[in-house]
Design a binder for this molecule. Structure first.
Ligand code: SAH
Length: 352
């Protein structure tokens, strides 16, 4: 999945295959920009402050955010230094057109130190997952090797098995080399209880090590340097087991295992596991996206903007806001989670 997605984002226009919230309405990026401004106030207005976006896509969210911040919070606009984490050269070029003056990084580790506000929409779902399947004699890992779907005995260490509540004795050891690469989980990730939801009754469990190590690393950094990070993505509040790998090709569901690099591969984000991994800082949420955006003023801002537009455009703006917030559209499946410095008050949108 890692190689397939790297190839996909490097060579395709992902937005031909799917639409994301910032592409649906400009108000999405605007209210997130104001969220960052309000959080910056609560941090005591550090200057300079890093404003970071992970996986900025076309740069739309950040362009909308900066425009709103420039009008409503000019002091924050002056204090912020824009840093973008993006691996796709093609998307970096698109982002550079909308966001001149940004600094790009391959990963979060490359960011300079200091207080930070971070936004990430539909970023974690693009990170590769590992899929484990329960079989008669133990957990197997399922993966693609040379175009074939294969399974090999899951080789996560015993301590992890114990933490995960897996009581069964490990299955017969399979030769590592015959069926696939040796499996080992990063030691930094191992520190977090990774697979708590493993249970006999469920057949498939997914783990996104990349997302977990990002959450753990960010939590440590935020606890040390101050700030907050906001993740918006689709997924479950519980570590619900199950196969969520899906592919979109030309806007239509496709076989995730066919034509690697040609389709956008995503998996549901396990917010419960993220929250556990971020234990070094304070975690707020996850809350459903609908009420979160409503609390940030999605509908008020949409209404104000709509009044300045011709009727057809005004109606489209209202419909776009509804699409993001209504429970049977994106309002419930999408969740929002914040990782914040423990001294900060509850961030906007997470009030009980
Ligand atoms: N946030 C944007 C785009 C979402 S698509 C929006 O809401 O419209 C996912 C984005 O993450 C793309 O920009 C993709 O190139 C980027 N991405 C995927 N894997 C990445 C990785 N490992 N590191 C950094 N960026 C990545």
């Amino acid at each position: 999945m890692a190689r397939a997605n790297a190839a996909y984002y490097a060579t395709h226009d992902p937005f031909a295959d799917f639409t994301t919230s910032p592409e649906i309405t400009q108000v999405f990026g605007e209210v997130l920009g104001l969220w960052a401004a309000v959080t910056w106030e609560a941090m005591g207005r550090p200057d300079p402050v890093l404003l970071v976006e992970c996986g900025p896509g076309r740069g739309t969210l950040m362009a909308d955010a900066l425009r709103a911040v420039g009008r409503a919070a000019p002091a924050f606009r002056v204090a912020l230094r824009l840093h973008l984490v993006e691996t796709s050269p093609r998307l970096r070029a698109e982002q550079a057109r909308l966001l001149p003056g940004a600094t790009w990084h391959e990963g979060l580790d490359a960011l300079p130190p200091g207080p930070m506000l971070l936004l990430a929409n539909e970023f974690l779902d693009a990170l590769p997952i590992r899929q484990f399947v329960w079989r008669e004699d133990g957990w197997m890992e399922r993966f693609v090797a040379e175009g074939q779907l294969v399974e090999a005995a899951a080789d996560f260490p015993l301590s992890l098995r114990e933490r995960a509540g897996v009581r069964e004795p490990p299955g017969p050891a399979l030769a590592q080399d015959s069926t696939g690469p040796a499996l080992s989980l990063e030691s930094s990730v191992l520190a977090a209880p990774l697979i708590p939801a493993l249970s006999r009754g469920e057949r498939v469990q997914e783990v996104c090590e990349g997302a977990l190590s990002i959450a753990a690393g960010l939590a440590e950094r935020i606890a040390r340097d101050g700030g907050a990070a906001l993740f918006l993505d689709y997924g479950s509040v519980d570590s619900a087991p199950g196969d969520s790998l899906q592919a979109l090709r030309a806007g239509k569901p496709a076989d995730p295992l066919a034509a690697p690099g040609e389709a956008d591969l995503t998996a549901h984000v396990d917010f419960a596991a993220l929250a556990r991994a971020a234990g070094a800082a304070r975690v707020h949420g996850p809350v459903p996206q609908g009420p979160f955006l409503a609390r940030l003023g999605l509908f008020q801002r949409t209404g104000r903007l709509a009044r300045t537009q011709p009727p057809a455009k005004a109606a489209a703006l209202v419909q776009a806001a509804q699409r993001l917030a209504e429970p049977d559209r994106m309002g419930r499946l999408f969740k929002v989670l914040a990782i914040a410095h423990p001294a900060l008050p509850v961030p906007a949108g997470f009030e009980p």
